[in-house]
Design a protein. Structure first.
Length: 110
């Protein structure tokens, strides 16, 4: 019986190591695909604070600002920006309206 415990301990240590050392990229930079929707669209966030919202039939260019809790997007041609609460959840970005509405959408990093 002791041999089984001795064989299991190294396996558990290896699994624990990989769980603890797996890092998730909590950077908004990159291409994000909408989840949980029938419409296919993407947000692309660049390092220079420019972004785009891409659908099958159109593309909207934008700029963004981000802090610890708020993502603010200004679409080209608009005078006012849209502010959203956001959080990273492993490989997804969860965005919620900042104005108190219960409107949430999830994006997956590609």
């Amino acid at each position: 019986m002791k041999r089984y415990y001795l064989a299991i301990i190294p396996i558990l240590l290896i699994i624990g190591y990989f769980v603890l050392t797996t890092e998730y990229d909590n950077s908004i930079i990159g291409k994000w695909k909408a989840m949980e929707t029938n419409d296919e669209y993407y947000y692309i966030f660049n390092e220079d604070k420019t972004c785009s919202y891409e659908m099958k039939v159109a593309r909207l260019d934008c700029s963004y600002e981000i802090d610890d809790t708020t993502l603010t997007i200004l679409y080209d041609g608009n005078e006012s920006a849209n502010a959203y609460k956001y959080r990273f959840d492993k490989h997804t970005l969860v965005i919620t309206d900042n104005n108190g509405k219960d409107n949430k959408f999830t994006l997956e990093k590609e």
